[in-house]
Ligand binder design. Structure first.
Ligand SMILES: *Cc1c(COP(=O)(O)O)cnc(C)c1O
Length: 433
């Protein structure tokens, strides 16, 4: 038995894979990754496969970036973990200042946690507790967009609306209001509906949570910046909090540092994870305004009642600092612009293939649909299987095929990836006709 066969056998026998039925787990092909480098996943015998889904949307600087490896090694020699309870350390305190510097205006406080879901839980709890102890206890409800995804813990699921993920858990979730979903990608009525809910219930609304510009898990659904800025105005008028879940969109995935920058807005709370650590370690932060922070002054009972064991973990914080340093030193966002232009053009041209619809892109995030929309669609998976044979690891969202390559991917590798996306899509759609 080759070592790969052994690993697969152990995996099939003992591992419980995310979002995968036990049936699929036993049958679907598995690519055993021994090493990863830049945009490549590499097998034991040296086969290289392009990581089109950025190892679940977080790998913004490529795998095994030499500076990130060095940063982890340096930090590991000093300290791998230490509590943030009445103690601090250089990575956590310097990173907080550095994050505030690159954050939208007014976000002046940083609360650390471990992943995107916890960053969202923290934001929801901050907003809720703020109103409870600052004279507006009737503000208990949250509003959100249809199709939002905010993570898989119960609070984050309550805010989310991807039915396939949340339906079965509905009885456990708290009520979050949202307007009816977009028809034919028309977002204006959706936001009008959201504003109507906001105006009607302003006195009871603790906050509005959205993925700015791009709804990732819903199928890389994109809406115009003007609607995001209108939402900012409406939340200000209602004097309630806007929570921007930038877990996926942050760190330049959509072009500027934050998707909020497309609309030149600053939210009251901002969640960041995924690319924050360059996709190298679980690490997250929730940023808040001074106003919200000040709502937690006073005696012990007014403290934010939340904290995680690995809050501000020095390895994670050191890596995030190095990520920000690389963005500065290599002008990562600037350098990604021509790549994003190329990506947009190539994705648009996918409609030359009959059956491809709704090509869309923003920064280094691009997608198109095949067949009926929906997470349970099967064509996306057929394309994914074809792509793996051709040398790319695609993970579709049902019948939405997307790519989120590293922002610093070499042009030749990006071309190769887009060639494979095209060829695998042709293979599946043309042969289906
Ligand atoms: C991935 C994601 C999350 C959840 O992050 P995890 O690290 O998987 O918990 C939350 N919000 C958005 C927008 C995401 O894309």
């Amino acid at each position: 038995m080759s070592s790969d066969d052994e690993l697969i056998a152990l995996d099939r026998a003992h591992l419980w894979r995310p979002y995968t039925s036990s049936e699929d787990h036993e049958k679907r092909p598995l690519f055993v990754v021994h090493r990863a480098e830049g945009p490549w996943l590499i097998s034991e015998d040296g086969r290289r496969v392009l990581d089109a889904s950025g190892s679940w949307w977080c790998n913004n600087l490529g795998h095994s970036h030499p500076r990130l490896r060095a940063a982890i090694a340096r930090q590991s020699e000093r300290m791998m973990h230490c509590t943030l309870a009445a103690a601090t350390h250089e990575p956590a305190s310097r990173l907080a200042a550095e994050l505030v510097r690159v954050a939208p205006d007014g976000l002046s406080r940083v609360f650390y946690s471990d992943n995107g879901s916890t960053a969202v839980e923290v934001a929801l709890k901050m907003a809720f507790q703020y109103w409870q102890q600052n004279g507006r206890p009737e503000r208990k409800r949250f509003l959100a967009l249809p199709g939002g995804y905010h993570g898989d813990t119960l609070g984050a699921m309550s805010a989310g609306d991807v039915d396939e993920f949340t339906d079965i858990f509905r009885p456990l979730l708290f009520d979050v209001q949202r307007p009816p979903d977009a028809v034919d990608h028309q977002w204006e009525p959706v936001f009008e509906g959201l504003f109507a809910l906001l105006r009607e219930g302003a006195d009871q609304i603790a906050g509005v949570i959205v993925e700015p510009m791009v709804q990732g898990a819903a199928g890389m659904r994109m809406y115009p910046a003007g609607l995001l800025s209108a939402l900012r105005e409406e939340t200000q008028r209602a004097d309630t909090f806007l929570i921007a879940d930038e877990v996926f969109t942050g760190l330049g995935r959509t072009g500027p540092m934050w998707a909020c920058d497309h609309a030149s807005i600053a939210p009251d709370l901002l969640c960041t994870a995924k690319g924050l650590s360059g996709g190298a370690l679980p690490f997250a932060a929730t940023l808040a305004t001074g106003r919200i922070y000040d709502g937690f002054r006073g005696d012990k009972s007014r403290a934010l009642m939340h904290g995680h064991t690995f809050c501000g973990n020095p390895l994670g914080a050191a890596i995030a600092r190095e990520v920000l340093a690389i963005y500065r030193d290599d002008a990562v966002l600037e350098a990604a612009k021509p790549k994003a232009t190329k990506l947009a053009a190539r994705i648009q041209s996918m409609t030359e293939i009959t059956g491809v619809t709704a090509p869309r892109s923003l920064g280094m995030c691009a997608a198109f649909d095949v067949g009926e929309r929906g997470y349970m669609g099967k064509i996306g998976w057929q394309i994914s299987d074809a792509a793996l044979e051709l040398g790319a690891h695609l993970r579709p969202l049902g019948n939405t095929v997307y790519v989120v390559p590293p922002l610093n991917i070499e042009d030749a590798d990006l071309d190769r990836l887009l060639d494979i996306v095209r060829e695998s899509t042709e293979r599946v759609l043309v042969s289906a006709q």
